[in-house]
Ligand binder design. Structure first.
Ligand SMILES: [Zn+2]
Length: 174
């Protein structure tokens, strides 16, 4: 067998039969290049086995686990929502909140009238509303007037006096 034939057996050493191993061992004792290759392959395989078996354990693993578990076990810090509710329910905060709302209202008004565009907009909108209201009133008045006119139309007669007309209107309005 040549060195080339032994080379494959060097790579597959763990899978060799006892007979094949003894053959290779005999060759390795006489061939330096094959022995060098054998040692390299053995080291590489050992390294691969070590990496495969090694479990990744962070340093101070126990301490880390302990601190995580303690934080999970006792959530001593109150939630923000609870804090807000307590603040809202406490007596002192009622005054504080009403004061705060007054201040906010004041600030809002100040900003509102301070902003000419906003002020103008509100004026314009009120003006529009009043115009719409007036138009509606006018329409209602007009229609009522028209109704009255038709209502009192049969009271008007060229053959009757004004007194008759007034009496007629009065009876219609009752
Ligand atoms: Zn050899």
């Amino acid at each position: 067998m040549s060195c080339k034939d032994y080379e494959q057996n060097i790579y597959t050493y763990p899978e060799l039969s006892a007979k094949e191993r003894s053959h290779l061992d005999a060759h390795l004792q006489n061939c330096r290049s094959c022995l060098t290759l054998f040692q390299e392959v053995q080291q590489t395989q050992q390294l691969i086995n070590q990496i495969a078996e090694e479990k990744v354990i962070p340093p101070h693993a126990a301490r880390l686990t302990g601190s995580i578990m303690s934080k999970i076990a006792q959530p001593s810090k109150r939630a923000f929502g609870e804090w807000i509710i307590e603040l809202l329910l406490s007596k002192r905060s009622k005054f504080a909140l009403s004061g705060l709302s007054s201040v906010l209202l004041f600030v809002f008004c100040f900003q509102f009238f301070d902003d000419p565009a906003q002020f103008k907009a509100s004026q314009a909108s009120s003006l529009t509303n009043s115009v719409i209201l007036n138009a509606k009133l006018f329409r209602e008045n007009f229609s009522r007037h028209k109704e009255k006119r038709t209502l009192f139309a049969d009271c008007r007669s060229p053959f009757q006096s004004n007194q008759y007309y007034l009496n007629c209107v009065k009876t219609k309005l009752k």
